[in-house]
Design a binder for this molecule. Structure first.
Ligand code: C2E
Ligand code: MG
Ligand code: MG
Ligand code: MG
Length: 279
């Protein structure tokens, strides 16, 4: 039986669907437990400016379960769907704040750290208050934290826009993640001035291969600059990507060419070892 056949003649309850639901159910409990036990950690992917200085880093959630390796691409959508993303987001933020406080190198580097933020989190009534509490507990200045949100925040709700404005009013930086892949209505730039636009890696990947993608990337760089935003390229993997983006005026670079996401210990080395170890 092909997948197509199965979906054509299935009632809503099939063995495979049941298996899917059971898997999700067990994933829910495992994720809950992982959150409670502090098994959701973060890795840091450094971001570099045009001169090769580390100017920031993105905190990416990791589920440290040796038995069932599970990537954010799998567990983040499930956390969103099952109502655990708010808790997970606060856990990640708390870990970042703790690392900022506990490590002199990081404290002295004085670079902002980005955390990803799902649309669902913005809808939680305590979102802003909880962030304020976590930062307050660690004594972290709001300027140290960047919130990365995707364009999906602009899909329908004006309330989300005002939550984002509040984040900026409170002193945080705001980045639009995966820019160009979602609901890119330029209208929202009238109401919101993001500090950072991140060019999605699905465009960066085709630099040198697809002239259309090159035009899109150039246009995003120009748009960001005209809007007074810093532009970050994601998924910079090759020398060609790096050189091309540099020549087009891209400000900040993030990708395997420079560094993979790193455990804290290795991330701290980026500051002490200098440029020779950056690749
Ligand atoms: P994102 O925010 O767009 O993060 C960038 C993703 O690209 C990361 O995947 C990163 O490891 C990967 N990446 C970085 N450089 C390169 C490169 O040069 N080439 C390629 N092919 N990939 C690269 P990761 O860590 O698997 O995270 C996937 C997505 O999961 C993130 O995409 C973000 O949307 C979400 N996510 C991760 N952590 C969190 C979190 O704490 N909260 C929320 N809400 N979402 C998160
Ligand atoms: Mg991101
Ligand atoms: Mg992204
Ligand atoms: Mg992405």
């Amino acid at each position: 039986h092909t997948a197509g056949e199965a979906s054509l003649n299935s009632t809503w309850y099939t063995p495979s669907l049941k298996r899917g639901m059971e898997e999700k159910h067990s994933l829910y409990f495992r994720l809950m437990e992982a959150l409670d036990k502090g098994q959701i950690g973060v890795v840091y992917q450094p971001k570099f400016d045009r001169l090769g200085n580390v100017v920031g880093a993105e905190a990416l959630a990791r589920w440290n379960d040796p038995e069932y390796p599970c990537s954010p691409g799998t567990f983040i959508p499930i956390a969103e769907e099952l109502g655990l993303i708010h808790k997970l987001g606060l856990r990640v933020l708390g870990t970042v704040c703790r690392d900022l406080v506990q490590n002199d190198i990081l404290a002295a580097a004085n670079i902002p750290i980005s955390v990803n933020c799902s649309v669902r989190q913005l809808d939680h009534p305590d979102f802003l208050r909880n962030i304020h509490t976590v930062l307050g507990n660690y004594g972290i200045a709001p300027q140290r934290i960047v919130f990365e949100v995707t364009e999906s925040v602009f899909a329908d709700s004006g309330r989300r826009l005002s939550v984002l404005q509040s984040l900026q009013d409170n002193g945080h930086l705001l980045a639009i993640d995966d820019f160009g892949t979602g609901y890119s209505s330029f209208r929202y730039f009238r109401d919101l001035a993001p500090d950072i636009l991140k060019i999605d890696q699905s465009f960066v990947r085709y630099i040198g291969l697809d002239p259309k993608c090159e035009i899109i990337v150039s246009s995003i760089i120009d748009l960001a600059h005209h809007l007074g935003a810093v532009v970050v390229a994601e998924g910079v993997e090759t020398d060609l990507h790096g050189t091309w983006l540099r020549d087009r005026g891209c400000d900040v670079f993030q990708g395997y060419l420079f560094s993979r996401p790193l455990h804290l210990r290795d991330f701290l080395q980026v500051f002490t070892l200098g440029s020779a170890s950056r690749k």
